[in-house]
Design a protein around this ligand. Structure first.
Ligand code: UD1
Ligand code: CA
Length: 459
């Protein structure tokens, strides 16, 4: 069998009220289109064609290299879209799986079941259907026993047909040759003046060809037409991801408030608190505790590390490191094992060595900090002179005093100290104390004299 997947995605998506093509709207870490392609990926697919209308270039840019886009212009209906898609397939294709681009809840097993049933039954077409409590608006599935005889659109359905609760999802497998032939026979004599792909089913049935059906859970048939539906779909995807992770051994205090994107890895034994968002290429190691309230993107949270109330972007943490509360780690922040970044600390493009601590109110940028070093509260690496960024190098077992300004480029040697409040502009030798402060003066009796002067002025 030579299988092609054709994704129908040329519709305007007017109700999204957005310049972005509808299928590029993102949910749980992927665009709608990427969710659909991911569901089809485990199948043995030879060719993937995405039928697009507006924004063809933007859609093409996010597609995997093995997929092609083809433009349908004007959009004359789903039957016309299938014809355009089929035209982009090679002659080697004998089976076609058609999927709408806006159904991100479709599961790989379901698509495989459609293709398997299609093949096992030697069908000319196989329709994926769902039963709905309220089928209004969908195409109704007419059957004779296990054979589908027709799909009737809402607007064209009579009273008896409107009572049918089994509806067409718009996912179908077709024999490529029969599909091509039937598409050539389609007319547009219906209430919308469109070429309906659904009419292909009636044509094939009328030719006494076998048309099978596979039925799945109603939720899988959910299409996204609005931001309201996008959020509803996000909730379903979130529960699927979180259920899977909890089954694998991840703990969650309240999974309804945990937002983990597709592609994020969380190891068994990790603990996730409410208000956690994990995005992009983020990974969480075993025994790590994340949250409450952490937003992490493209960040490695090592095993045994703890991160609370923090924002992490492109950082590497741990193992066994402590971050937060209220820490901001920016790209290139690299916290070694047993290190710490504490309250109101921002770190960018810097290495904090094993066992070293930046506990309070500091900015560390373009710095390399050795092992077992302590950075006093309110320390700043003064890395930017208004033109260029400069590096700060701090050795092992260093004690940086509180409120030290380290004016880069500058190096502080191993075992060195800086005095609190110092502005360090020269390198500090290993083992030395660098202190940069004027001597403290004392003016005795100042308060009394001040009071006296005020009473003379009549204040
Ligand atoms: C279609 C089915 C209906 C089914 C429903 C399920 C038809 C005639 N009807 O109706 O039986 O119950 O889906 O959601 O097929 N598209 C194109 N080019 C076009 C028109 C549509 O690419 O010219 C794409 C859309 O982007 C969308 C898909 O085809 O992804 C379905 O089109 P839509 O207009 O949403 O069809 P429905 O009226 O919902
Ligand atoms: Ca639709």
């Amino acid at each position: 069998m030579h299988l092609a997947v054709i994704v129908l995605a040329a519709g305007k998506g007017t109700r999204m009220k957005s310049d972005l093509p509808k299928v590029l709207h993102r949910v749980a870490g992927r665009s709608l289109l990427e969710w659909v392609l991911a569901a089809a990926a485990p199948l043995d697919v030879e060719e993937t064609v995405v039928v697009v209308g507006h924004g063809a270039d933007t859609v093409a840019a996010v597609l995997p290299s093995n997929a092609v886009t083809v433009v349908q212009e004007p959009q004359l209906g789903t039957g016309d879209a299938a014809r355009v898609g089929l035209g982009a397939c090679s002659d080697a294709i004998d089976t076609v799986l058609i999927i709408p681009g806006d159904m991100p809840l479709l599961e790989a097993d379901t698509l495989a079941a459609v293709v398997d049933a299609h093949r096992d039954k030697g069908a000319a077409a196989t329709v994926l259907t769902v039963k709905m409590d309220d089928p209004t608006g969908y195409g109704r599935v007419e059957r004779r026993w296990d054979q589908v005889t027709a799909i009737v659109e809402q607007r064209d359905a009579d009273e008896r047909q409107q009572a049918i609760d089994e509806v067409n999802t718009s996912v179908y497998a077709f024999d490529a040759a029969f599909l091509s032939d039937a598409l050539g026979r389609l007319g547009s004599d219906n209430s919308q003046g469109e070429y309906y792909l659904t009419d292909v089913i009636g044509i094939l049935s009328g030719q006494s060809r076998p048309v099978a059906a596979v039925t799945t859970e109603a939720v899988e048939g959910t299409g996204v037409n609005s931001h309201v539906q996008l959020a509803a779909v996000a909730e379903v995807l979130r529960h699927r991801t979180n259920d899977e992770l909890m089954t694998s051994g991840v703990s969650m205090v309240d999974p309804s408030r945990v937002y983990i994107d597709a592609g994020v890895e969380v190891a068994p034994g990790a603990m996730i608190y409410p208000g956690v968002h994990l995005e992009g290429a983020t990974t969480v190691g075993a025994g790590a505790e994340v949250g409450p309230d952490v937003h992490a993107r493209d960040t490695v949270i090592g095993p045994g590390s703890t991160v609370r109330y923090s924002v992490l972007d492109g950082a590497t943490i741990g193992p066994d490191a402590t971050v937060g509360p209220f820490t901001y780690l920016r790209p290139g922040a690299d916290l070694a094992d047993r290190s710490k970044a504490g309250a109101f600390v921002e770190i960018k493009k810097s290495r904090v060595g094993t066992g070293s601590k930046v506990p309070h109110l500091s900015y560390i940028g373009d710095a390399t900090i050795g092992e077992d070093t302590n950075i006093g509260a309110a320390t700043v690496t003064v890395n930017y002179d208004g033109y260029d960024k400069h590096p700060t190098v701090i050795g092992d077992r260093v004690r940086i005093g509180s409120d030290t300004m380290l004016v880069a480029p500058v190096t502080v040697g191993d075992d060195a100290y800086t005095g609190a409040g110092s502005v360090i502009t020269h390198d500090v030798s290993p083992g030395a104390l660098a202190i940069e402060r004027s001597h403290q003066k004392e003016i005795p009796g100042y308060a009394e004299r001040r009071k006296h002067r005020a009473s003379e002025d009549g204040k």
